[in-house]
Design a protein around this ligand. Sequence first.
Ligand SMILES: NC(=O)c1ccc[n+]([C@@H]2O[C@H](COP(=O)([O-])OP(=O)(O)OC[C@H]3O[C@@H](n4cnc5c(N)ncnc54)[C@H](O)[C@@H]3O)[C@@H](O)[C@H]2O)c1
Length: 420
Amino acid sequence: MNYDIADAKRAPEGVKRIEWADRDMPTLALIREKFAKSRPLKGMKMSACLHVTAETANLVRTLKAGGADVVLCASNPLSTQDDVAAALVKHYDIPVFARHGIDNKGYYKHLSGALAHKPNVTMDDGADLVTAIITQHKELQKQVVGSMEETTTGVIRLRAMQEDGVLPFPVIAVNDADTKHLFDNRYGTGQSTLDGIIRATGKLIAGQVFVVAGYGWCGRGLASRVRGHGAKVIVTEVDEVKALEAAMDGFQVMPMSEAAKLGDFFCTVTGDMHVIRPEHVKVMKDGAIISNSGHFDIEIDLVGIKKISKKVTKNVRGVDMTQYQLSADKSVYVLADGRLVNLGCAEGHPPSVMDMSFATQALASEWCVKMKGKLDNTVHIPPKSIDKMVASLKLKSMGIKIDTLTPAQKKYLSSWDMGT
Ligand SMILES: NC(=O)c1ccc[n+]([C@@H]2O[C@H](COP(=O)([O-])OP(=O)(O)OC[C@H]3O[C@@H](n4cnc5c(N)ncnc54)[C@H](O)[C@@H]3O)[C@@H](O)[C@H]2O)c1
């Protein structure tokens, strides 16, 4: 078996972590049981590029139970849990190409390692595998039945590929399923981003001014969690409707140029580039903490900030914080080198929310294979039936029952003739 991991001896630690996560992933466990019987992915070679975490381990176990011959590589150099990677290889017999803290060259070597598997189905978190197939591994384009995409930034890239006419196979935008972005992006990112910032800094959030850049699914979740901790929250936006929503939700809304002067903490969750730039950092308070929870490490212009700094000191508190000293009496601190702070400084989303995202991933993979040859080469949203199934299984696992429509209600809701 071909693989590249940091330390195979850490497998027993990883198994414990994977089993702990599995306790909170009952929906995915049910799908795994069903997959083991029906084997919907039998004969499929799958390459997945995801954060190598305990929750992801339970997804790839599910894909394997469904009959897929699956390999995994990391979708981010800082999110890999080396013990989990070791457990997947040594305990679950699943090849992994991932090492925590790998450099850029190693990261792309790992992508190539996963693609050397010659997949029929791919799964991405950020569209890196699809991009590599389009730009470097054209020979794979014909054999790929379809691909699944986990995150907003990946879906944006894939829609741009579709627009340019270069998408070589159908892609399922798992991120756009309700059972993904409504819960994972909002509650998962909300909690784990705050978790990462607290773990990295050890600071109290109450009474501080916390600036959230972007009021999309992730931003809404983060802003409400931070408010729950007693912070005064400022939101920055570029979209009029989202800005209005943030204002009506009770947050202060203003441009970053003004918020920069007020914030103690800053976190970007926009999917956009250079949201925090040198001109903002110049007016920030001494000691401001800057982080990002959007997919790529481009939301904070670190190159520009480095240029205006007198001194840059890495690892000032553990491995996750860099001090940018602007003058004798002013420094700002950047977490996880501007990469996803919830994965760089904490453990990513809690398993009970990834239970839904990855149940949706598993069912979307089954659907993608079932639809082989019937989908055009565009970005598809998973069918509503998948959302309904995942939500009903999750409700069941939470012991929650809901009402059903009476026949009269069903008729009323599908008719137009009954008015006042
Ligand atoms: N940290 C994680 O684990 C995690 C989880 C899910 C998604 N993500 C990533 O987080 C990012 C946001 O995802 P989302 O689902 O919230 O997207 P979204 O599209 O719902 O929201 C993004 C928001 O950012 C705003 N925005 C864009 N440019 C801006 C700028 N310059 N200043 C202020 N606001 C700006 C947009 O108007 C939009 O409202 C994406 O990169 C996504 O891939 C991260």
